[in-house]
Design a protein around this ligand. Structure first.
Ligand code: F0G
Length: 411
């Protein structure tokens, strides 16, 4: 039903062993679904009686021992129709898939419920990841639930406060690296080999298997079709890879008729993939010192770059970069038009869409889904910094009236 296959040379590896890279050419591995056998396991009628969740699609996920499942209620996030925002941007059909509604507040929980279940199937006792914050929060939570020891490597001083608090309260061992995310990732890759830690970054193919369920849910929520376009932030590029895999599997299983144009967005100070797309290059040029206010996607050497480029090119999609100012203003716009508070990295999908519309690169009739990857409360500092300050007054009704009527009062 499932096998592990190299994304470059096609060599197969055992799905029951701990292996992240092809032993022949060292490229990444991907879970391969046997479509004919999968078709027998897909029952749309049975699905229709089940609530949305990652585990609704268990027939298409490589989990073999149901007694090992580690779950805290992931998936089933809202696909919000955003008419106010659509009107502002001048498009007809706009939705936001709000992944901040997951248990730890980001899409990472979809990957971790599968990844940590796999860790239990493989009988490991220690798990690890490098992170810009959300992977850390999620892995810490799921490993706590699974009673596994958890090691987190984060770039010192470079992750949002809420995410750090989460990793700490869930009881992970948090190690700060005096370097950036790319340094932390290369250290944890080495450490996983030499210290025998089970690695749960998106190099782990089972993470992608959980995350692909967001694409399944979108089709399910739209009434069994894919949107014309999916707009998604890119960091380490696991998520765009997962969505594309999910849409393609539904398409190949005959569950949907078309595929979306995959539209990736990176912050302009941290955009190796989009630059390569725009310049028509085959490979990326890593960014040594990535910079952006969106700390979640401050990544200069994305491990899944190859698959992100395949997703964009194969789907006839696009790539766009956005500045910090554009990200902050999109974050505010989404909050004020739709009541959705998302973190800066998530708002980059809205910023990217706005830019592409203004550049005339998107047909205004399209049905568009923007992915909002993480909750705004993860990073309250950036929201507070860029909003108007609260007005401080004495407890006096006369002053309150003057403030409400717009008279400027200084205390
Ligand atoms: N949005 C948020 C909120 C994220 O946390 C991330 C990645 C992304 C977008 C990009 O997703 O890496 O799959 O392309 N965060 C990782 C982390 C790197 O460590 O939490 P991607």
């Amino acid at each position: 039903m499932f096998s592990l296959r190299c994304i470059s040379c096609g060599s197969e590896e055992s799905i029951d062993e701990i292996v992240y890279r092809c032993r022949r050419c060292n490229d990444l591995l991907e879970v391969q679904l046997d479509l004919e056998r999968a078709k027998e396991r897909v029952d749309k009628r049975e699905w229709s009686s089940k609530p949305l969740s990652v585990w609704k699609y268990i027939g298409l996920i490589p989990v073999f021992d149901k007694s090992k499942i580690v779950t805290i209620g992931e998936g089933g996030t809202g696909l919000h129709r955003c008419d106010n925002l659509a009107e502002e941007l001048g498009v007809k059909n706009l939705y936001v898939k709000n992944e901040g509604e997951n248990p730890t507040g980001s899409f990472k929980d979809r990957g971790m419920t599968i990844g940590v279940t796999k860790a239990r199937e493989l009988n490991v006792s220690e798990v690890a990841c490098a992170s810009t914050g959300n992977t850390a929060a999620s892995l810490a939570a799921y490993s706590a639930k699974a009673r596994l020891r958890c090691m987190i490597l984060i770039p010192h001083g470079a992750i949002a406060l809420g995410k750090l608090a989460q990793a700490m309260i869930y009881g992970a061992k948090v190690i700060e690296i005096k370097g950036n995310f790319d340094d932390a990732l290369s250290m944890v890759l080495d450490a996983s080999k030499s210290l025998g830690l089970y690695l749960l970054n998106s190099i782990n193919p089972f993470r992608i298997e959980g995350q692909k369920t967001a694409a399944f849910e979108i089709c399910d929520q739209l009434g069994w079709h894919a949107p014309d376009r999916l707009v998604i932030p890119i960091g380490n590029a696991g998520n765009i890879t997962a969505y594309w895999k999910g849409f393609k599997e539904f398409y190949e299983l005959g569950l949907i008729k078309g595929l979306p144009m995959m539209t990736g967005v990176q912050a302009s100070g941290s955009s190796p993939i989009i630059r390569a797309i725009k310049e028509g290059k085959k490979t990326i040029q890593p960014v040594k010192d990535p910079r952006t206010i969106a700390s979640a996607i401050r990544i200069g050497r994305p491990v899944n770059w190859k698959r992100a480029m395949i997703a964009i090119r194969e789907s006839d999609g696009k790539g766009e970069t956005v500045t910090d100012e554009e990200i902050i203003s999109a974050q505010r716009l989404l909050a004020r038009k739709e009541g959705l508070f998302v973190e800066p990295a998530s708002a980059s999908s809205i910023a990217g869409l706005k830019k592409l519309i203004e550049l005339g690169e998107i047909d205004r009739e399209e049905e568009i889904v923007c992915v909002a990857t993480g909750h705004g409360l993860k990073d309250p500092d950036s929201a507070i910094e860029y909003c108007e300050e609260p007005i401080l007054i004495e407890p006096d009704l006369k002053i309150l009236r003057e403030v409400i009527e717009g008279v400027v009062i200084k205390v």
